[in-house]
Write a new protein. Structure first.
Length: 156
C-alpha cells in the first residue's frame, strides 16, 4: 500500500497563522518600542507609521511571491529562483542568522520582563544565564514538538 507524503503539509488554521505572524512581529515590535520612542521624541507617530509601512510592503511582497511561486522555501527560494543560486545561498544563511538573533533578543527581552518580578534577573550574569536557559527550553519544546488539538473550536 502506498502512502501519500505529508511533508510540509498546509495544516494551520487562520487563527494559528495569525498567532504565528503576531508572535514573529511582536517580538521585534515590543523589544524595540522603548528604544524607538526614546530616540524619536515627538516624531514617534511618524516613526511608527514609516516602520509599519515597510512591514506592510514586505508582507505584500511575500503575498505576491507566494501566489506567483507556490512552493515551500520562502524568501530563500524566491531569491534563488529570481537572482540565482549564489544570492539564494547568501539569503538562506542571512535568514538563518536573523532567526538566531531574534531568538537571542527575544530571550533577553523575556528576562527583562521577568526582572520586574525578580529584580536580580536584570543584572549580569543572571540575565545571560536566564536568557540561555530560556533558549534551551524553547529548543527542547521545538525538538519534542507541540501539536494544536484539532477538536479545539475558536470563538471567532
Amino acid at each position: 500500500m502506498s502512502e501519500k507524503a505529508t511533508w510540509l503539509k498546509r495544516d494551520l488554521s487562520t487563527p494559528e497563522l495569525l498567532a504565528l505572524g503576531y508572535s514573529d512581529v511582536s517580538s521585534t515590535y515590543y523589544f524595540t518600542l522603548g528604544i524607538v520612542a526614546l530616540n524619536s521624541g515627538p516624531l514617534l507617530p511618524v516613526t511608527m507609521l514609516l516602520g509599519s509601512l515597510s512591514l506592510w510592503l514586505v508582507g505584500l511582497a511575500y503575498a505576491e511571491f507566494g501566489s506567483a511561486i507556490p512552493r515551500t522555501g520562502g524568501a530563500y527560494y524566491y531569491i534563488r529562483r529570481e537572482l540565482g543560486n549564489t544570492l539564494g545561498f547568501i539569503a538562506g544563511w542571512l535568514l538563518s542568522f536573523d532567526q538566531i538573533l531574534m531568538i537571542a533578543y527575544g530571550a533577553l527581552g523575556t528576562v527583562n520582563y521577568l526582572s520586574v518580578v525578580f529584580p536580580p534577573a536584570s543584572r549580569w550574569p543572571m540575565n545571560s544565564v536566564l536568557s540561555v536557559l530560556i533558549i534551551v527550553i524553547v529548543m527542547i519544546i521545538n525538538i519534542l514538538g507541540i501539536k494544536a488539538p484539532r477538536d479545539l473550536t475558536y470563538p471567532y
